[in-house]
Design a protein around this ligand. Structure first.
Ligand code: ZN
Ligand code: ZN
Length: 403
C-alpha cells in the first residue's frame, strides 16, 4: 500500500530518487507475477502526469473502476490511487502521510486543491505549505483517508519529528486516522509501546523505490474482496474485516533502528535510549550530532517499557527479503521463481524438503535459516541498513543489506 512510481509513460520523472523502470506497467507485473499480491497502492497519483496515464489505461480497458472503490487490472489485481505528501508544523516538525482515495474523480479533486500548496505537483512526496492536520482536512473533504507514513523514522515522520502524541499534531482531527504505517525500522512491538495506538491498525508497507523492493513488507488483510471500501472497513475492524498479519523485515535491519553518531559514524549498541555516543562521547545537542534511532525514540516517548498488545493486534511475522539471503544469486532466484511461482511461495509456502530438493545444501540451509529468523543481525542506524552476520557453518562472509 506504499509503492512509488519513478516516471510516467512519457518518461517524465515523478519521484527523483526512484528507479526509472518503476513505471505503472512494471509495478503491476511485479506485484502480480513475482510477488503474488491482490491489492496495491501507488502513492504518487496526485501527479497530473500519473493521473493522465491512469485515465489512458481506463480508456484502453486495462483498468476498470470498481463500484466500491479502487481499480481492477485484468480481473486479478486491485490498485488504489493515493498520494504521499510532506507537511510541516508551525514548530518546524516535518512528517509524511499517505492519502488514499476511492477513485480517479476524488484524487483529481485532491490534486487540484493541493496545487495551491505545492510548488511542483508533478513530483512525488513534495512539501506542502500545510500542517499535517490541514492535510488531513483536505484529504477528508475530497473523499480520502489519511494514514501517517513510516510513523517513527527520525527525519520525516509523525512520532520521529512532528510530535510525541497524535493530539499534539492533529488535535481533534486525530479521530479520523484509522491506522499508522510502521516503517521498516519499527514493528508491532515498538508501536504498541504507545497507549494511544491501541485502537489503531498497523500497516507494514515496503515504501518501494525500485521494482525488487515491492512487497519486502506487506499486510495480510481479511476482506470480502480487494477494493477501497473493504480496505477501510478492515482498518476499522468493522464487520469482521481486519488485518490478519503484518509481514516485514526484522526492524533491526531497517535503516533507522538505533541512534547513529554523525561525528564518529557509528551505530549505537548500548541499551536505548542513547543520546550520547558510547564510542566518542559526542552528545545529541542538535540534529548535526546524532540521528535518533526508532528504538531510542520510542524508549524516550513511549508509555510502556514493554509492548502492551491490544487483543485485536495481529502477529508480526519477520521476513528477510529473498534477494538478500546469503548465496541467492539472480540466476538461482529466477530458477526458484520458475519452480515455486512467486517470492511469497518461496518464503512462506514451499516446505524445507522442497527447498532442499531445489538447491545446493549450503544455500538451502541459508534460505531455511532466513525463513526461520535464525541468522544473526546487527542493528542499523543513521540511514545504513542492519547487517546479517557471517553464517559460520556455511562460511559466507558478512553480508550487508543494500537497499
Ligand atoms: Zn514513500
Ligand atoms: Zn561518536
Amino acid at each position: 500500500m506504499h509503492i512509488h512510481i519513478g516516471a510516467t509513460s512519457e518518461g517524465k520523472p515523478v519521484k527523483i530518487t526512484a528507479s526509472k523502470n518503476l513505471i505503472f506497467e512494471n509495478i503491476v507485473r511485479e506485484s502480480l507475477t513475482r510477488k503474488g499480491m491482490d491489492l496495491i497502492s501507488i502513492v504518487d497519483c496526485a501527479s497530473p502526469g500519473v493521473l493522465k496515464d491512469i485515465k489512458k489505461m481506463i480508456s484502453e480497458g486495462e483498468l476498470h473502476p470498481l463500484q466500491d472503490g479502487g481499480l481492477l487490472h485484468r480481473d486479478r489485481l486491485t490498485f488504489i490511487p493515493a498520494s504521499e505528501i510532506e507537511t510541516a508544523e508551525k514548530n518546524g516538525g516535518v512528517s509524511h502521510h499517505i492519502s488514499y482515495f476511492p477513485d480517479i474523480k476524488s484524487i483529481t479533486e485532491f490534486s487540484r486543491v493541493m496545487r495551491q500548496y505545492i510548488t511542483n505537483i508533478e513530483l512525488s512526496s513534495q512539501r506542502a505549505s500545510l500542517t499535517a492536520s490541514e492535510l488531513l482536512s483536505v484529504t477528508k473533504a475530497t473523499g480520502g483517508v489519511l494514514i501517517p507514513s513510516h510513523a517513527f523514522t527520525p527525519h520525516k515522520s509523525l512520532y520521529g519529528n512532528a510530535g510525541r502524541r497524535m493530539v499534539e499534531v492533529f488535535g481533534d482531527n486525530a479521530e479520523n486516522i484509522p491506522a499508522v504505517e510502521l516503517g521498516l525500522s519499527a514493528d508491532t512491538s515498538i508501536a504498541d509501546r504507545l497507549d494511544e495506538l491501541k485502537n489503531l491498525s498497523f500497516l507494514s508497507n515496503s515504501d518501494a523505490h525500485s521494482i525488487p523492493k515491492i512487497a519486502r513488507e506487506y499486510t495480510i488483510i481479511q476482506m470480502k474482496r480487494p477494493n477501497f471500501r473493504e480496505f477501510i472497513l478492515a482498518l476499522h475492524r468493522n464487520a469482521d474485516r481486519k488485518i490478519l498479519a503484518n509481514v516485514g523485515m526484522d526492524p533491526r535491519l531497517g535503516r533507522y533502528h538505533r541512534s547513529f553518531c554523525l561525528k564518529c559514524e557509528k551505530v549505537q549498541q548500548a541499551p536505548p535510549p542513547v543520546f550520547k555516543c558510547q564510542y566518542c562521547g559526542n552528545e545529541n545537542k542538535s540534529k548535526k550530532d546524532m540521528i535518533t534511532g526508532v528504538l531510542d525514540r520510542i524508549t524516550e516517548i513511549g508509555d510502556f517499557n514493554e509492548p502492551v498488545h491490544p487483543e485485536h493486534r495481529p502477529p508480526y511475522h519477520y521476513q528477510i527479503p529473498l534477494a538478500f539471503v546469503p548465496g541467492l544469486s539472480d540466476r538461482i532466484m529466477n530458477y526458484l521463481l520458475q519452480r515455486f511461482g512467486s517470492e511469497m511461495a518461496i518464503l512462506n509456502i514451499a516446505t524445507d524438503k522442497e527447498i532442499h530438493a531445489a538447491l545446493p545444501p549450503d544455500i538451502a540451509r541459508n534460505l531455511i535459516d532466513a525463513r526461520n529468523g535464525k541468522l544473526d543481525i546487527t542493528a542499523g542506524g543513521g540511514g545504513k541498513h542492519g547487517k546479517i552476520e557471517e553464517n559460520k557453518e556455511s562460511g559466507y562472509e558478512e553480508l550487508t543489506f543494500g537497499f
